[in-house]
Design a protein around this ligand. Structure first.
Ligand code: DOR
Ligand code: ZN
Length: 430
C-alpha cells in the first residue's frame, strides 16, 4: 500500500497538560485527536512516545539580517534556525539595511519568508523613519499593507523622545497595534555602554550601562500607555527594577506586556571578566539578583513571554576588542532548551507554562492568527515535538544560522526539538 503523504499521524504524544494523545494532521490542520491507532493505516506516522507536543513556538524578537547583511543571516537561514528551535512564527525586527519603515519593505520581508516557507515571518515595522527617533514611519500604510504589520519597534534604539512615543502609541491604537520598546535612556546609557554598571564595569574598565536607564523608560512608557489607552510591550526586560514597575502597572490595569530573553534568564555579568565579545549584548548581562527576579516574574506572569533577541553577527563584526565588537548573540535554536533547563527543571514553569510563554502569549501580543493554539482538532497544525528527557551539549558548528556568535557553545542543556510542523508540513526533523 502506498503512503498517503497528505496526512500525518503523530502517535502517542504527551500534551502540555500531561494527557496522552494521537494527532492526525491533514490539509494543514489538526483533523482529529484522541486514541486513533489502527484507524489510519497508510498515512505517514511519527512515533511520539515520550515526546511532548507543544503549539508551534512564536518569537517576538528575531533579527534576520536581510536585506543588507546577508553574510550574517538571511530570511532563509534564520527560518531554518527557527524551525530547528521549534518555532512556527517569528517576528523580524526592523533594523535591517534598508530599515523596514515602509509598506513596501515590510511586504518584501513577508514575501521572502513565504518563499523560504519554513516559519511564518511577520515583519516588525520601525516606529520612526530610519530608526532616527524623530519622524514617525509609515505606520498606517504598513498596517494596511499585505504584511498587516501590528508590532512596531525601533529595536536596537530606544524611542527616547516622550512626545514621539506618545504619538506612536496614539497612532497604533486605531488599528490595535503595539509598540515594542527597547528601553534604554540614551543619556543615562549611551549606545556605547556595554557592561552592567557596578563594581564589575569599574574593575574591567568598560563603559557602564546602569539598570536605571532601562527602568526610567519602562516607567515613562507605562504612564504613556495609561494616558493614551494604548498598548506598550517592553522588549528584553533585564532588571529587577523594571519587573517592579511592570508588576505595578499590570495591577493598575495598564495595557503593558513584557518579554525576557533566554540569556537574561541564565547568564550573568561575571561572564564578562574574560572580555569575550560573545557575551556582549544589549541590554547587558546583569547580576544574579536581576536574573532571579526575571525568573520569578516569568513564572508569575508579570513577564508574559520569552523572546530570543536572536542577533546573528559575522565574525569580522564580533571578533574585536570587547568595546568595539557588535552587540548580540544567537538564540533561536537553544531558547526552548534554556527555558526547560532554567524554568522547568527548577519547578518555576510546567509544560503548559512553557506553551504559554513561548507560544500562546507571544502570538496574542503580536496578534498572529493561526499560532499560539492549544492543539485541538480544527486548529492549524502548527506544532513542535520535544524530547524532554535528554541532555544535549550545544555545538555552535551544528547551527543552521550563518553566524557563530553562540553563547551556549559547549554548555549542557535539557531537552531537544525532534520535529516541527507548519500547517501540517514538516519543517524540521526527519
Ligand atoms: O544585542 C543586541 N543586538 N541588542 C539589540 O537591541 C540589537 C541587536 C542587534 O540588532 O544586533
Ligand atoms: Zn533591543
Amino acid at each position: 500500500m502506498s503512503l498517503d503523504h497528505s496526512k500525518t499521524l503523530i502517535a502517542g504524544a504527551t500534551l502540555p497538560d500531561g494527557t496522552r494523545t494521537d494527532l492526525l494532521l491533514a490539509d494543514g490542520a489538526i483533523l482529529e485527536t484522541g486514541s486513533l491507532d489502527g484507524r489510519h493505516e497508510g498515512v505517514e506516522r511519527v512515533d511520539a512516545d515520550g515526546l511532548i507536543a507543544l503549539p508551534g513556538l512564536v518569537d517576538l524578537h528575531t533579527h534576520l539580517r536581510e536585506p543588507g547583511r546577508e553574510d550574517a543571516e538571511t530570511v532563509l537561514t534564520g527560518s531554518r534556525a527557527a524551525a530547528a528551535g521549534g518555532f512556527t512564527a517569528i517576528l523580524a525586527m526592523a533594523n535591517t539595511n534598508p530599515v523596514t519603515d515602509t509598506a513596501e519593505a515590510a511586504e518584501r520581508i513577508l514575501d521572502l519568508g513565504r518563499t523560504a516557507g519554513l516559519v511564518d515571518v511577520q515583519p516588525v515595522g520601525a516606529v520612526t523613519k530610519q530608526l532616527a527617533g524623530e519622524e514617525l514611519a509609515e505606520l498606517g500604510l504598513m498596517a494596511r499593507s499585505r504584511a498587516q504589520v501590528k508590532v512596531f519597534s525601533d529595536d536596537g534604539k530606544c524611542v527616547h523622545d516622550a512626545r514621539v512615543m506618545r504619538r506612536a502609541l496614539e497612532y497604533v491604537k486605531a488599528f490595535g497595534g503595539v509598540v515594542s520598546q527597547h528601553a534604554q535612556d540614551p543619556h543615562l546609557a549611551p549606545y556605547t555602554s556595554c557592561c552592567h554598571e557596578g563594581e564589575i564595569s569599574g574593575r574591567l574598565g568598560l563603559p557602564g550601562w546602569p539598570g536605571v536607564a532601562e527602568e526610567v523608560i519602562v516607567a515613562r512608557d507605562v504612564m504613556l500607555a495609561r494616558h493614551t489607552g494604548s498598548r506598550v510591550h517592553v522588549a528584553h526586560v533585564s532588571t529587577a527594577g523594571s519587573v517592579e514597575v511592570i508588576r505595578w502597572a499590570k495591577a493598575q490595569g495598564i495595557a503593558v506586556t513584557a518579554e525576557v530573553t533566554p540569556h537574561h534568564l541564565l547568564l550573568t555579568t561575571d561572564l564578562l571578566a574574560g572580555y569575550d565579545p560573545t557575551y556582549k549584548v544589549n541590554p547587558p548581562l546583569r547580576p544574579a539578583e536581576d536574573v532571579e527576579a526575571l525568573r520569578v516574574a516569568l513564572s508569575d506572569g508579570t513577564i508574559d513571554a520569552v523572546a530570543t533577541d536572536h542577533a546573528p553577527h559575522a565574525r569580522h563584526d564580533k571578533e574585536h576588542a570587547f568595546v568595539d565588537a557588535a552587540f548580540g548573540m544567537l538564540g533561536l535554536e537553544t531558547s526552548l532548551q534554556v527555558v526547560a533547563t532554567v524554568m522547568v527543571e527548577n519547578g518555576l514553569l510546567d509544560w503548559s507554562g512553557v506553551a504559554r510563554v513561548m507560544s500562546q502569549a507571544p502570538a496574542r501580543i503580536a496578534g498572529l492568527d493561526g499560532h499560539g493554539g492549544s492543539l485541538r482538532a480544527g486548529e492549524p497544525a502548527n506544532l513542535t515535538l520535544v524530547d524532554p528527557s535528554v541532555q544535549v551539549v550545544v555545538d555552535r558548528d551544528a547551527s543552521a544560522s550563518l553566524s557563530r556568535n553562540n553563547p551556549w557553545h559547549e554548555r549542557k542543556l535539557t531537552g531537544r526539538v525532534v520535529a516541527s510542523f507548519l500547517r501540517g508540513a514538516r519543517t524540521y526533523g526527519s
